[in-house]
Ligand binder design. Structure first.
Ligand code: FNR
Length: 383
């Protein structure tokens, strides 16, 4: 087998080994997919300054994220249905992140539940919360996150209603798969995935099924979730969440400097500059283009995280240079998971770590926390 050297190598293998409906779920954006593509293209267009003869013998790519040490300034973003890319996917990704020394974030819409991941890990992981109309359920989710010792709550603000991904509709996506002729044809092409999936009981939304009265099969589950994302969410909802959660809070999905300023007033510990990986507002700018203005406005008062389009250590360095204190990756680790399970998530992190170290060195820097706009050729990008 050809060696795996890049996240792209992992992506190709993920595509080969995974039923189309689940691969497409990961590798897609909303509507025209313009913002999805722009997230990656914008990184590629940013150029780095090459510096030489600066003694780069002792280098350090570690960082502090929310006061805790991390091997690299990267963590695993919340990704719904990770357990459909690979059976028990959330458990495998959480274990890989723990061993590597970076945080893992469990999505509300995960297949493995909070309790499943707790039972399989030894250190605190983070939990991502969607605000649902059923606030009793939300309060219960927060209580469960507390009970399993989650180290931070990531409150996602950019999904009050769902942007449509056409591929999901065309593929008839659901978890567990609803057995239409099209879905069966998709599954029979991936017998290894099917066999592994038959070996686990975790095939539906573990945080929801069994925790909401009347939600026990595919039909009742889809009906419930379709109704539940709460379009009435506003800044007072953040106050409500804070009254239930006393640990570190990250507000995810900030894409505008005005919202960043309001987010700062809530007393949250961090914001994530994000357009949900191009899965929500199609037409939004690339995340890396949103970052500098937001970092300039509030970066000295609150920790700034950034995600969207990161596929390499070079991308991480660019984000750090443009004002991020930490970054998160979605598809980069999902491709690793779909390609090779737990070892693939580790591989994705190792690839990024190595690239980050070399890129930093070739920029003439020795500490990742000291990179800045001076490392960007031509200065801060103004698209
Ligand atoms: C996501 N994302 C996401 N975000 C969130 O807050 N809760 C969720 O359940 C999900 N689910 C989800 C599924 C899939 C398949 C993807 C690709 C993404 C968004 C995610 O946390 C992150 O913002 C993006 O993935 C970052 O972009 P990249 O790294 O994938 O380009």
């Amino acid at each position: 087998m050809a060696p795996i050297l890049t996240i792209e190598d992992l992506r190709l293998r993920h595509k080969r080994f995974t039923p189309k409906m689940f691969y497409d779920y990961a590798d897609s954006g909303s509507y025209t997919e313009g913002t999805y593509r722009e997230n990656e293209a914008a990184f590629a267009a940013i150029k780095l300054r090459q510096r030489v003869a600066r003694n780069i013998d002792h280098r350090d790519v570690s960082a502090t994220i929310l006061g805790r040490p991390a091997t690299i300034p990267v963590y695993l973003a919340p990704v719904g249905m990770t357990g459909m890319q690979h059976p028990d996917g959330e458990i495998l990704a959480a274990r890989a992140a723990e061993a590597f020394g970076v945080p893992f974030t469990l999505s509300t819409m995960s297949i493995c539940s909070l309790e499943d991941v707790k039972a399989a890990t030894t250190k605190p992981f983070w939990f991502q919360l969607y605000v649902m109309r059923d606030r009793g359920f939300v309060a219960d989710l927060i209580a469960r996150a507390k009970a399993v010792g989650c180290g931070a709550l990531v409150l996602t603000l950019d999904l009050q209603i769902l942007g449509q991904r056409h591929k999901d509709v065309r593929n008839g996506l659901s978890a567990p798969p609803k057995m239409t002729p099209q879905v069966i044809a998709d599954l029979v092409q991936h017998p290894a995935w099917c066999m592994k999936m038959l070996g686990t009981k975790r095939r539906s939304f573990g945080n929801i099924v069994g925790h909401v009265k009347g939600v026990d099969d595919l039909g009742s589950l889809s009906e419930w979730t379709a109704r539940q994302f709460d379009p009435s969410l506003d800044w007072s909802s953040v106050e409500w969440i804070k009254s239930h959660w006393d640990g570190p809070l990250i507000l995810k999905g900030i894409g505008d400097v005005e919202d960043a300023k309001i987010a700062l007033q809530t007393g949250a510990d961090a914001i994530t500059v994000s357009n949900h990986g191009g899965r929500q507002l199609d037409g939004a700018p690339a995340s890396i283009h949103m970052l500098p203005e937001i970092a300039e406005a509030v970066g000295d008062k609150i920790e700034i995280h950034m995600d969207g389009g990161i596929r390499s250590g070079q991308d991480v360095l660019k984000a750090m240079a443009l004002g991020a204190h930490a970054t998160s990756i979605g598809r980069a680790f999902i491709h690793g998971l779909g390609a090779m399970g737990e070892a693939g998530v580790t591989k994705a992190l190792e690839i990024i770590q190595r690239e980050l170290d070399t890129t930093m060195a070739l920029c003439g820097e020795t500490k990742i926390t000291e990179v800045g706009p001076h490392n960007i050729w031509g200065g801060v990008p103004h698209p």
